[in-house]
Ligand binder design. Structure first.
Ligand SMILES: Cc1cc2nc3c(=O)[nH]c(=O)nc-3n(C[C@H](O)[C@H](O)[C@H](O)COP(=O)(O)OP(=O)(O)OC[C@H]3O[C@@H](n4cnc5c(N)ncnc54)[C@H](O)[C@@H]3O)c2cc1C
Length: 401
């Protein structure tokens, strides 16, 4: 950092590059994460783990599981680095438990002048509050301390359900389950729901063969073939979607958290995700469905709906409000702009906040309006990085000069 500053170069740290935005792009020095990995300390009494910033989440999950510990909640893959994941607000679904950034209890940052700053609720709390989800704009994270808990078992219940029922019963489904999410299959009335709740056991993981058939053969292999067909012959998308949605089946399994929360995603896609106030979510989703029905969009990827409780992080998509996430996806190589643009106008009409790491077209003018604590973040940025050593085009768009 010091040498880059002396040479007048800008600096960006990158994770695994799983963001769909150019959040980590730079024309200056790129700090890669590979040599900054590993669990540094587990403090059982405090219920914390200190981990180097470049550690991939799968490594952290496995290391914690080996010690009988776990994060409380997480997203649906675990390829990302801990620092990249928290920096854009990576989240799963939860009634009471929030994003990965909300599970941080301390951070170590290298600032623009090369100095090292440790922050937590008691050390530099004003930096800690914001830097948990900092978009790489405040400093290079070198270490993250997460709260962890003794490992537990989750029972997952996956079940097809009609769109009308899920949307009508959404509030109840969220209230009754620790982690509720669902996928709606465009061009159909079908949804696939997933409820994860803590269980006393015993563990009943998916049998290896069933897991392979469901996750690799159907969710990845067959889905890949269906998406490729849809890209070559867009007219095939609606009829194939109808057949596939009828083939959905229920399954129940019980396993340690990361094996329930995450699954392999091998079919490449582009994604946009908006966080809307929870109470507006089902209206927004119905509008999205009506949009797909009256348009000539051919959408082979499901729309994913998740939730998070309000948190206290200035730039968190769930900052200060109970939230539901609506994510639209398109198979890679398929034109996504018309669909995403139309979906985005529905989400922004509901005061939606875009996921910082996924495709969107918003700028600082809009974001300032939907984040009540936006100015708190930019004031901190002005103090910690007045010369914009960590600046790039993406930050200029979303945070301003
Ligand atoms: C298949 C797939 C599934 C996904 N699933 C989910 C999901 O379930 N939930 C969800 O919310 N998101 C999800 N995402 C989005 C993904 O979690 C985020 O985009 C995440 O930021 C990617 O982490 P990364 O390590 O690849 O970081 P990168 O994309 O490389 O970087 C992200 C940001 O973090 C900054 N950064 C990285 N390291 C540091 C550091 N050491 N210090 C400071 N800043 C740093 C970068 O500069 C950049 O601004 C998914 C993405 C894909 C491709």
């Amino acid at each position: 950092m010091r040498r880059a500053a002396e040479d007048g170069l800008r600096v960006k740290a990158v994770g695994t590059g799983h963001s769909f935005t150019a959040a980590a792009a730079t024309d200056g020095v790129l700090i890669r994460p590979e040599l900054l990995g590993g669990v540094r300390e587990i403090d059982r009494a405090a219920g914390t783990v200190r981990v180097a910033a470049g550690t991939p989440l799968h490594h952290l999950n496995e290391a914690l599981a080996a010690e009988g510990l776990s994060l409380t909640n997480m997203g649906d893959i675990m390829e990302q680095t801990v620092s990249g994941a928290v920096s854009t607000g990576t989240h799963g679904t939860g009634r009471d438990s929030a994003s990965l950034a909300a599970q941080i209890v301390a951070l170590e940052l290298v600032l623009a002048d090369g100095s090292v700053l440790r922050c937590s609720a008691t050390e530099h709390p004003e930096v800690f509050t914001a830097a948990r989800l900092g978009l790489g704009a405040l400093g290079v994270i070198s270490e993250v301390t997460f709260a962890v808990e003794p490992s537990f078992l989750l029972t997952a219940r996956e079940e097809p359900m009609p769109f009308a029922r899920v949307t009508e019963e959404f509030d109840q489904l969220v209230a009754e389950n620790e982690h509720f999410e669902f996928y709606w299959f465009p061009h159909t009335e079908g949804c696939s729901t997933k409820r994860n709740n803590r269980s006393a056991g015993p563990a009943r993981p998916l049998p290896a063969v069933r897991g392979w058939i469901d996750d690799e053969l159907l969710s990845n292999g067959l889905f890949q073939a269906v998406c490729s067909l849809g890209r070559a012959l867009p007219g095939s998308v609606p009829p194939v979607a109808k057949i596939s949605s009828r083939a959905l089946s229920a399954r129940t399994y019980t396993d340690i958290p990361y094996r329930v929360f995450t699954s392999p995603r091998r079919v490449r896609f582009i994604e946009m995700e908006y966080a809307v106030p929870r109470e507006a979510a089902m209206d927004a989703l119905r509008e999205l469905k009506a949009l797909v029905e009256r348009s000539d969009f051919r959408v082979s990827f499901p729309v994913e709906v998740r939730t998070a409780p309000a948190d206290d992080i200035p730039l968190s998509t769930a900052s200060g409000r109970d939230t539901a996430y609506i994510a639209v996806h398109m198979y890679r190589g398929t034109p996504h702009e018309p669909y995403f643009t139309a979906a985005e106008s529905i989400m922004t009409a509901h005061g939606g906040r875009p996921h910082w790491g996924k495709v969107h077209s918003r700028d600082a003018g809009y974001l300032r309006e939907v984040y009540p604590r936006f100015a708190e973040f930019t004031a901190l940025r002005d103090r910690l990085d007045p010369h914009r050593v960590f600046g790039n085009d993406y930050l200029r768009r979303v945070l301003g000069e």
